[in-house]
Design a protein around this ligand. Sequence first.
Ligand code: NAD
Ligand code: WQD
Length: 342
Amino acid sequence: MKRAKMKIAVTGGCGYIGSHTIVDLLNAGYDVISIDSLVNSSETVIDGIQKITGKRIVNYKIDLSVENSWHELLEKEKDVQGIIHFAAFKAVGESVQHPLVYYKNNVCGLIEVLKWMDKASIPYLIYSSSCTVYGQTSELPVTETAVFGEATSPYGRTKQIGEWLLQDLFSGTTRKAISLRYFNPAGAHDSGWIGEAPTNPALNLVPVITETAIGKRSRFTVYGNDYNTPDGSCIRDYIHIMDLANAHTKALDYLIAHPNAPSYDAFNLGIGKGYSVLEMIKMFELISGLKLNYQLGPRRPGDAESIYADNSKAIKILNWTPKRNLEMILQSAWNWERHRSI
Ligand code: NAD
Ligand code: WQD
């Protein structure tokens, strides 16, 4: 099957990771449609995608957590060959307050996508998983064979359930699914036309830093400086959004080129190196020339002390290599914050 003829449905295509992945897929020659209810995004991102790629994609405004909501796609999009399923809620703290909302959207949403996949005989699925499935692991760097730890939130459990569901459903079938376990995605497309633009307030470290630098927030808190790490703050594996996006294209390429690939597999996506919160702040101050207004505060409940990926499986099997470093992550995030139109 030729890549240029392949149509891929991207759920959550107007969101942060979905939009950057669409750019990578279009540049690689795939045809793309998006399915996004816009619950945490805006359709204007499609203009940004068009500015970058010269291609206009269509978005179906469908809430995938609603039973059989995908039925119109059976009629209108008969030639979809693969699905990349991003659509989900992702705020850890919110999931603790509203577990049912998270189970409904993330688990029922996945089930509906699987029903559509079955009905339309779509052979490939790429699923957005997360390093959160490992819980508070002591294996560093963590490999894909690590046993799932106790999830620290309902959100984390929805990702574990998603992976178990896929494992149960796909084992021994001719159809194939891959879970991609993201570590900490950050940064934006270099053009500045797309970036992280959630409708809900940003809670992740990098947007918190850039929003403070530009004055949208007066200051922020470093959650804990008494961890058992070199400077006392938590360590994470930050991966550039365009490297992460490219791994989805590579995962699809791999499934298409390898009919004998396992029917279910999982891959870590990180750069394989950890940075502390204070190192992130220092690097941002260096590249922006600004002083950030922050305070050292108490630990955030549920935070792991340190986690970073062993990414060798994705490098070897998916033929993927992360190419961008921390400086490029922060530079692109800062560029986006200063020039964003949404
Ligand atoms: P995002 O909120 O920017 O994008 C998700 C998109 O899905 C949004 O545009 C939203 O409107 C849409 N959506 C949500 N529920 C929907 C539904 N029921 N029907 C249709 N559309 C719906 O989030 P993101 O950062 O791009 O995350 C994408 C995926 O990656 C999610 O599954 C998330 O759990 C996972 N993930 C994200 C991170 C991260 O740090 N950003 C890390 C690990 C995993
Ligand atoms: C990074 C570090 C904070 C904000 C989350 C999810 C995880 C995955 C990726 C989806 C931590 C510190 C943060 C602030 C801070 N998402 N921090 N002050 O928690 O590693 O991972 O996103 O699957 O499941 O939990 O990312 O960006 O929130 O935090 O000190 O204002 O920055 O304590 O050490 P996290 P994050």
